[in-house]
Design a protein around this ligand. Structure first.
Ligand code: HEM
Length: 94
């Protein structure tokens, strides 16, 4: 429940309201500040809700995201080699 500038209230339903919890502004619901990937090798778990324990779980998340995208994406399926290459790249960002 958020109070608007004119004093009325509005309800936002979200599993994770994000920035709205900090600002109190309903317009900020579901917004997050996306961090840089430098140093990512040392900052597990990943995502704002720490839902990926390691790079494998992170890539599982993206594979599921690509699999369920409403429009076809250029990266459709990670091969085993793609996953190994991506993990090697992420480890380099130390
Ligand atoms: C293979 C492709 C990708 C890789 C390897 C990758 C890698 C990552 C990593 C490592 C993080 C975690 C940052 C952290 O927790 O500090 C992250 C977060 C994020 N990425 Fe990606 N990403 C990819 C594709 C994408 C795409 C296609 C989008 C947008 C359509 C995207 C949007 C985001 C956003 C919004 C976050 C922050 C999410 C949160 O904090 O919950 N990424 N990404």
């Amino acid at each position: 429940m958020f109070t608007l500038a004119d004093g009325t209230t509005t309800e936002v339903s979200s599993p994770d309201p994000g920035r709205a919890l900090i600002t109190g502004n309903a317009a900020d619901a579901n917004l997050f500040k996306t961090p840089s990937l430098w140093g990512i090798n040392r900052t597990a778990p990943y995502f704002h809700d720490h839902s990926a324990r390691d790079f494998d779980e992170l890539l599982d998340h993206y594979q599921a995201f690509f699999d369920t995208a409403p429009t076809p994406l250029p990266v459709a399926h990670f091969t085993h080699q793609d996953r190994e290459d991506l993990k090697a790249f992420l480890r380099l960002l130390d």
